[in-house]
Design a protein around this ligand. Structure first.
Ligand SMILES: [Zn+2]
Length: 589
């Protein structure tokens, strides 16, 4: 059943996209647009734009975009039809339904989901009732995955034969192939994709079955222990989280999501009463996964050995933490135990592992520090200090690195100051050769200080800086080089022209702490506010307001300018002014 197209249009024309979004996000009118903080990623300056004329929204920070229906879908975690129904009910519009009016794509999707649903039932019935599934039932029982679990999670058994499902399901060859349930083999015959495996059906967050994960039984000669459905129009591994539709209630309620590697781990957590576990489907954790999880909770606990994925994974986790404002922690389990085992042998230990999860960096440092037992020689301690600091220095935030440097110093018995220096210099060291530290003096202007801070304390200031704050040409280009490289000195130097590069080299080693100690105002936000105020005054002077609208806008901007000096209102005011400056900059280009 689908909603009549005409009624969709009626809903779209009747509801105001800005009104609907205002129920979730505080929006401010900026020119012809509405602007606010994006609800789909963490940010401090508004880049979420809503336009009434087109009925669409778009975030310039994370790229999400859509119309009023997709907004409700995304924010309420519902499918298209329920989004339309919600909006229609509020607008008092009676919807009509049709069975023939669906779009081709939606019809196709429905067919594919229905086919997989039939296969879920077919395999499930086979597991529960068929004599040939006895070995599978025994295996599941040995792992305490008994009848109740099998029924809750709709476990199945794929018989050890070529084409029993293909022949028995009553679906067309095309549907069997397009759902990944079967394929055409070399003999040009249809062959089942899964054979002699226990099957874990994979559902979307809305509960549509879309794929399977299959596990061999012990003693099988098949080298692949786990096998997943191939990707299909309804199944993308990088976006799918096994168990999400069972877990999402508890994830939202607890604000926490537990990420495992295996299907039986998810089931184990559920059995231990932690009904907020999900698993990736045979892939590493992707940005898409994080984006999905972030819609439900911001506290992510990894329940697998994340350290095995190494340094590259660490860099990604830190990036996602910043970009999506999530906190990634790692749960540690007793040696050789996975969550599935532990949920049976010691559910309390499983819960404790989640409660005691360490921040990702803390976990990595712990790993290094506990790897070599008791340290005796000075050489051993120095080496461990170096190794631990290499891990600490992967983290992009200077404050975080400094704190961990202190911990490492205590642990290995090296002077705290020395290790903190290693943490501070981390970015500048490889490229800029031990230039003596310069004090930021009166000859260095506020724009230079801002660029120096951007290089040295990216997290504290990056959100508060935009291009149009920089009036000095070379500093502006230096700023762009740093911004484009995401704050890495190497990238910024590579992107900069000679004049900007010279400036960056000085900025990288500028001693910002010295100016704090000498009582100058050198907090990142304060520095940014100084620039914002200066740029706002320049802009107000540049374009005199003549018509009433512009005059009203200018007086609002002046009020925000005054609020920059107030402790409580400064952040909001800075956001408003940045939005205004950004827009004025764009209009000029
Ligand atoms: Zn966004």
């Amino acid at each position: 059943m689908a909603i009549v197209e005409e009624d969709l249009e009626r809903v779209r024309a009747t509801v105001s996209v800005a009104d609907v979004i205002q129920q979730y996000v505080a929006l401010k009118r900026v020119g012809r647009n509405w602007v606010g903080l994006c609800p789909f990623h963490g940010e401090r300056t508004p880049s979420f734009n809503v336009r009434e004329e087109t009925g669409r929204y778009r975030c310039f920070g994370c790229g999400v975009a859509g119309d009023v229906f997709t907004f409700v879908q995304e924010i309420e975690h519902v499918d298209f039809a329920s989004a339309v129904e919600q909006l229609a009910a509020k607008a008092g519009i009676q919807l009509r339904y049709t069975s023939g009016g669906e779009s081709k794509e939606r019809q196709r999707r429905k067919q594919l989901v229905e086919t997989v649903a039939k296969a879920v039932d077919w395999y499930h019935d086979r597991l529960l009732n068929s004599p040939d599934a006895r070995a599978a039932r025994d295996y599941l029982r040995s792992r305490s995955l008994t009848g109740d679990v099998a029924r809750s999670f709709k476990l199945g058994w794929a018989p050890d034969s070529w084409d029993e499902l293909s022949r028995g399901l009553g679906a067309s060859a095309e549907l069997l192939r397009d759902t990944g349930l079967a394929f055409t083999n070399k003999a040009n015959r249809l062959q089942d994709a899964f054979r002699g495996r226990v099957l874990f059906p994979i559902f979307t967050e809305n509960g549509d079955p879309v794929a399977f994960g299959g596990r061999i039984l012990p003693g099988s000669t098949d080298p692949a222990k786990y096998k997943n459905s191939s990707e299909t129009p309804i199944y993308a591994k990088s976006k799918t989280l096994y168990g999400l539709h069972w877990a999402k209630g508890d994830i939202v309620a607890s604000g926490q999501v537990i990420v495992c590697e295996g299907y039986t781990d998810v089931i184990g957590f559920h059995r231990a009463g932690l009904r907020r576990a999900v698993a990736t489907c045979g892939t590493a954790l992707t940005e898409e996964h994080v984006r999905t999880m972030k819609r439900f909770a911001t506290n992510v606990v990894l329940a697998f050995d994340a350290d095995k994925a190494g340094q590259g994974a660490a860099a990604k986790f830190y990036e996602w933490e910043e970009k999506y404002q999530v906190q990634v922690k790692v749960a540690r389990f007793p040696d050789g135990k996975d969550p599935g085992d532990l949920s049976l042998s010691d559910p309390d230990a499983l819960r404790a592992a989640v409660d005691d999860a360490l921040p990702f960096l803390g976990f990595r440092v712990q790993r290094v520090l506990s790897s070599r037992g008791v340290l005796r020689s000075p050489e051993e301690r120095a080496r461990m200090g170096r190794d631990a600091m290499a891990v600490v220095n992967e983290h992009p935030a200077l404050d975080v690195r400094k704190l961990y440097a202190g911990e490492v110093a205590l642990r290995v018995g090296l002077p705290v100051d020395d290790l903190v220096k290693v943490a501070v210099r981390r970015a500048a060291q490889p490229v800029v050769n031990v230039a003596p530290q310069r004090h930021v003096g009166s000859n260095e202007n506020a724009e230079f200080v801002a660029v120096a801070m951007l290089l040295q304390r990216w997290n504290d200031i990056a959100d508060w800086l935009i291009e149009s704050l920089f009036a000095d040409e070379a500093t502006r280009r230096a700023f762009l080089a740093v911004a484009e490289s995401g704050g890495t000195i190497d990238g910024a130097l590579a992107a900069a022209d000679p004049e900007a590069r010279e400036l960056l080299e000085r900025a990288a080693v500028a001693d910002l702490d010295a100016s704090v100690a000498s009582g100058e105002r050198s907090e990142p936000f304060v520095e940014a506010c100084n620039l914002i105020a200066a740029a706002t005054r320049r802009e107000l002077a540049r374009a005199r307001a003549t018509d009433p609208d512009a005059m009203r806008e200018h007086s609002e901007i002046r009020r925000s300018l005054e609020e920059l000096d107030s402790v409580e209102a400064a952040r909001d005011a800075a956001g408003v002014l940045l939005g205004w400056l950004q827009r004025r900059g764009e209009e000029r280009v």
